[in-house]
Design a protein around this ligand. Structure first.
Ligand code: SAM
Length: 288
C-alpha cells in the first residue's frame, strides 16, 4: 500500500471504497507529508513506545506511527473506516485497530495490557468537536501518559498556551497547565486537509508534568474557583466568587482570603496564575 499523505493516494482510497465524509465525526484527513513529518518528529516516538492514535481516518498518520513506534492502537468511531484501515495498514503487524468511541474506550486497560502500565504517547489529528473532552478526559482519568501531541483548532491551541492577563487565558489554559507543559509546534493551514476545514489548525504538544507543579489540597475546589472566575470574566474576582454556586464563604471572607494571598481586592481572575489559584483554594479550604 502506498503512503496516503498526498491528495492523489487519498482520493484513490476514498474512491476505491466509495467513502463519504461524515461531518458529524469531524473528518478532515491530512494530505501533506511535511505536516505528518513534523508531527512525528515532535511526538518524539521511538521503537520503545506504545502510541495511542485517536481517530485514524483512513490510516494516513497511522502508517507513519507504525513505522516509528513499537506498538500502535488506533481508535476509530466510524464503522465505514474499519475495512479501509485493515487494507491501508495491512503491511504492519504492530497495529491494533479498535472500533469505538474514544470517550468510552477504557484507555487505562489498553495501557496496562499493551504497555505494562508504563506512560503512553498519544498522537492524533483530533476531531475538533470533542477536542477538550478528549484531552481533559485523558488527563483526569489518571491513565499513565508521557505526552499528547495533537492537531487542534488554532484558537484552542492558543488558549491552551496563553499567558495570564491575555484574552486567550482562561479555564482551559489552567486545566491543561495543571497537568502538562504545552508547546505549539506547528501552524497548519486548511489546504493541508481534505476536505478543507473552515478554521486554521495547530499542532500542540502537551508534555505531562512528572511531578505536580502546584500543591493543591482539594482539586475540585481549585477547579470550581477557576470556573467561577472565568464564567464572569468582567467581574472582579471577589464578585465572581461571591456569585458562584457552591462557594458559600461570603464577600468578607473572600476578601480576607485575597489579602492572605497578597493580591489586591479588585483583582480579576484572569490575572491570577495557576500557582495563585492553587494557593487561594488552599486558603479558602481552611476557612470553609
Ligand atoms: N487521523 C486522520 C488524518 O489525520 O487524516 C483523520 C483525522 S480526522 C480530523 C478525525 C478522525 O476522528 C475521523 O476519522 C473521525 O471519524 C474520528 N472520530 C471522530 N469522533 C471520534 C470518537 N469519538 N472516537 C474515535 N474516533 C473519532
Amino acid at each position: 500500500m502506498a503512503y496516503l499523505g498526498n491528495p492523489q493516494n487519498t482520493i484513490a482510497v476514498l474512491q476505491k471504497y466509495n467513502f463519504n465524509f461524515q461531518k458529524k465525526f469531524g473528518q478532515n484527513f491530512l494530505i501533506d507529508t511535511h505536516v505528518l513529518d513534523k508531527i512525528i518528529e515532535k511526538a518524539n516516538i521511538t521503537k520503545e513506545d506504545f502510541v495511542l492514535e485517536i481517530g485514524p481516518g483512513i490510516g494516513t498518520m497511522t502508517q507513519y506511527l507504525c513505522e516509528e513506534a513499537g506498538e500502535v492502537a488506533a481508535v476509530e468511531i466510524d464503522s465505514n473506516l474499519i475495512p479501509i484501515l485493515k487494507d491501508t495498514l495491512s503491511e504492519y503487524s504492530n497495529i491494533e485497530i479498535v472500533h469505538g468511541d474514544i470517550l468510552k474506550v477504557d484507555i487505562g486497560a489498553l495501557a496496562r495490557e499493551k504497555n505494562q502500565g508504563k506512560p503512553i504517547k498519544v498522537v492524533a489529528n483530533l476531531p475538533y468537536y470533542i477536542t477538550t473532552p478528549i484531552i481533559m478526559g485523558l488527563f483526569e482519568s489518571h491513565v499513565p501518559i508521557d505526552s499528547i501531541t495533537v492537531m487542534v483548532q488554532k484558537e484552542v491551541a492558543e488558549r491552551m498556551q496563553a499567558s495570564p492577563g491575555t484574552k486567550d487565558y482562561g479555564a482551559l489554559t489552567l486545566a491543561v497547565g495543571y497537568y502538562a507543559k504545552p508547546e505549539i509546534v506547528a501552524n497548519v493551514p486548511p489546504n493541508c486537509f481534505m476536505p478543507r476545514p473552515k478554521v486554521g489548525s495547530s499542532v500542540i504538544r502537551l508534555k505531562r508534568h512528572e511531578h505536580p507543579i502546584v500543591q493543591v489540597e482539594n482539586e475540585k475546589l481549585m477547579f470550581d474557583l477557576i470556573r467561577a472566575s472565568f464564567n464572569q470574566r468582567r467581574k472582579t474576582l471577589v464578585n465572581g466568587l461571591n456569585n458562584a454556586p457552591g462557594i458559600f464563604l461570603g464577600k468578607e471572607k473572600i476578601q480576607e482570603c485575597l489579602k492572605e494571598l497578597s493580591v489586591s481586592e479588585t483583582i480579576r481572575g484572569e490575572a491570577l496564575t495557576l500557582e495563585q489559584f492553587a494557593r487561594l483554594s488552599n486558603i479558602m479550604k481552611n476557612k470553609m
